[in-house]
Design a protein around this ligand. Structure first.
Ligand SMILES: *Cc1c(COP(=O)(O)O)cnc(C)c1O
Length: 400
């Protein structure tokens, strides 16, 4: 018995080791373990690093008011929430955050989840049922891909941001219920979905539209309200998904939409029903972050100015930048090896960015994601740009 267990464990390890050395997860190998953090910067290995790899867009994760709100909620409710939401894991803070998020997103209601990931894997199967069709952009986030896999609906993947391809699919097939699902901001590219065209197309075909605003909330639109705010499309997207883990500096996810949608999901989204609710300190931190975001919209303006500055500087220096209006600046290097080597050398210079290669992006399109934040000064960004230029020169990379 023992011998068999030992044998099985060894052979699984060997299998996995072989996969690892085949390079399947090579891009994530820049190991940085933080010892402390402040907005835009962190200490690791006893050194201060300029953080350009984080989604803390507005510098709120380390804001003193946010941290104190979490501590107060911990003292009031405890850290763990003890049960699923409808089985005793509900608090005033959860309720308040849902009301305030609904007001911010201009929808009737909001439902909190444990993470953005669990929103997508719960909501897509709850809405896309057997006989339905779900249309998904080919570059959608992994949590949407997994939500589609868990759904009993047929899934059609359309080419990235290709409204004509999506239209072809919708003209060929007419099941009773169709849902289109897309990222608002694509996390590996930093480009955005053609939301006005998608809304028109969905309305013309009687399809529902689900929009993942993980990288849009707190980022796009004047007050950081998201893509609907940016394009003036309030009330025309059926399902809005967001995370509390990025611009809102906490952890958790939410769905915003009609009262009926929220009531339905609270009963049928399995990743809501069958899991411990979000800790009250996380909800309290997000609520305080949301209030700061609304009271200090200049943070969103600073983020946008920093993003534009970074994009302009990289483009002027001859780097191959994927165009887009967002703070996610994807600098392409092609070879996985070169992108990885760039990231390692940049870390030596105190600049923390992530290299991303296959299979997470198509082979030969390896890139470094540089993510701007409102917490940085433009001189910080200039320092990073100079470090990029010098490192590229060291490695003999041609910039045009
Ligand atoms: C980060 C992300 C998620 C997951 O959100 P978490 O709250 O981190 O689980 C979902 N969709 C997109 C597009 C994301 O970038």
């Amino acid at each position: 018995m023992n011998q068999r267990a030992g044998f099985a464990a060894a052979s699984l390890s060997q299998l996995l080791r072989a996969e690892l050395t085949a390079g399947r997860s090579r891009w994530s190998e820049t190991p940085v373990v933080l010892e402390s953090a402040r907005p835009g910067f962190a200490v690791a290995g006893g050194r201060e690093l300029l953080i350009l790899s984080a989604n803390d867009y507005l510098g709120l994760a380390c804001d003193q008011r946010v941290v104190e709100a979490a501590a107060r909620a911990g003292n009031t409710y405890g850290f763990g929430s003890r049960a699923a939401r409808s089985l005793g894991g509900d608090t005033q803070v959860h309720r308040e955050l849902e009301l305030e998020l609904a007001d911010f997103k201009q929808t009737e209601a909001v439902l909190l989840f444990g993470s953005g990931f669990s929103c997508n894997v719960g909501v897509i199967p709850a809405l896309g049922r057997s006989g339905d069709l779900v249309c998904s952009d080919e570059l959608n986030h992994a949590s949407i891909v997994d939500g589609c896999r868990l759904s009993a609906a047929d899934v059609a993947v359309y080419r990235h941001n290709d409204v004509r391809h999506l239209n072809e699919i919708l003209e060929q097939r007419s099941p009773p219920r169709v849902m289109i699902v897309t990222d608002a901001v694509f996390s590996m590219e930093g480009d955005i979905a053609p939301l006005p065209e998608l809304v028109t197309l969905a309305e013309r075909h009687g399809a529902f539209l689900m929009l993942d605003e993980a990288h849009a909330t707190g980022v796009l639109g004047l007050g950081g309200e998201g893509a609907c705010g940016l394009f003036g499309l309030h009330g025309r997207v059926d399902v809005l998904m967001g995370t509390l883990g990025k611009a809102l500096g906490s952890i958790g996810g939410f769905i915003a939409g009609s009262r009926d949608l929220i009531d339905y999901l609270a009963r049928s989204a399995r990743s809501f029903v069958f899991t411990t609710s979000l800790p009250a300190p996380a909800a309290a931190a997000a609520l305080t972050a949301l209030r700061i975001l609304r009271a200090e919209p200049e943070r969103v303006a600073t983020l946008s100015a920093n993003a534009q500055h970074l994009r302009r500087r990289f483009t002027d220096a001859g780097f191959d930048v994927i165009p887009g209006p967002t703070p996610i600046v994807a600098v392409r290097f092609g070879s996985e090896h070169i992108a990885g080597e760039m990231a390692r050398r940049l870390l030596d210079r105190g600049v923390y960015v992530q290299a991303i290669g296959a299979p997470y992006v198509p082979a030969g399109t390896s890139r470094i994601r540089v993510i701007a934040s409102a917490a940085h000064r433009q001189t910080d960004l200039d320092y990073a740009l100079n470090a990029f230029s010098e490192t590229a020169q060291e490695l003999g990379i041609e910039t045009v």
